[in-house]
Design a protein around this ligand. Structure first.
Ligand SMILES: CC(=O)N[C@H](C=O)[C@@H](O)[C@H](O)[C@H](O)COP(=O)(O)O
Length: 224
């Protein structure tokens, strides 16, 4: 089992392509993940069973695995079945919806986390949308809290960069588990600020691994 401490103050790179996109291919995802590791990523975050398997075989760093099913409501690793499949595919950490919303399989977050801990060696990262989510997820036994869903549920505004206010609030609460900053970290300086606001580590996705979006930023800037 990997040591969570290896991720302290580090950069984790999320390597994801969305349904219908040209880069949506496990081989491509594995190559992107390998490139991120060459650049200094201490961990990677990967969506989908095929991608988790391909990336697990291609890199030695910890893999955070998730399985998105749908795009509304609870869609990040929504059920225990999805979570167990991520662990079975090789995820060291399974990321799942860590909000207080009802889960499609009717299990509570605590029941889901307990079953994962019982049946697999994986740690659990709860993708939260607010401080109330984070407190509940820590109480439910999650090993890691992520700010992944801040700005994507009704509870927090969608900040331009990372939700630093939420990170500070979580640091002040002293949840007893590491908090990983994730979501809309688009520059190295924003990553640094997230660590300064109390994050244990930082996940960057779009700004490193989604060329269509990065290109659109440049294209828009040249138009205006
Ligand atoms: C809300 C949601 O579905 N987030 C997803 C979670 O895995 C991904 O689409 C994000 O790319 C990831 O969280 C990293 O964030 P950013 O791409 O902003 O650096």
């Amino acid at each position: 089992m990997f040591n969570l401490e290896s991720l302290r103050s580090s950069l984790i790179v999320s390597c994801q392509a969305y349904p219908g996109e040209p880069m949506r291919d496990p081989r491509t995802t594995a190559q992107v993940a390998q490139s991120a590791v060459i650049g200094g990523a201490a961990g990677v975050r990967v969506q989908g069973i095929g991608d988790i398997r391909a990336v697990r075989a291609a890199v030695d760093v910890p893999v955070i695995g998730l399985w998105k099913d749908g795009h509304d409501g609870v869609f990040i690793t929504p059920t225990l079945r999805h979570a167990l499949a991520c662990a079975e595919a090789g995820a060291d950490i399974v990321a799942l919806d860590g909000t207080r919303r009802e889960r499609p399989d009717g299990l509570t977050l605590a029941e889901t986390v307990a079953a994962l801990h019982d049946q697999t060696p994986a740690l659990v990262m709860a993708d939260c949308g607010s401080a109330a989510d984070a407190e509940a997820a820590a109480a439910a036994g999650a090993d890691i809290i992520g700010t992944t869903l801040a700005g994507y549920t009704d509870e927090r505004p969608k900040t331009t960069g990372p939700d630093l206010e939420l990170l500070q609030e979580l640091a002040a609460l002293g949840l007893g588990v590491p908090v990983i900053a994730e979501g809309r970290i688009h520059t190295p300086a924003q990553g640094r600020s997230a660590l300064g606001a109390g994050a244990f580590a930082v996940v960057v996705g779009t700004a490193i691994t989604h060329p269509a979006t990065i290109t659109s930023w440049f294209a828009a800037a040249l138009e205006s």
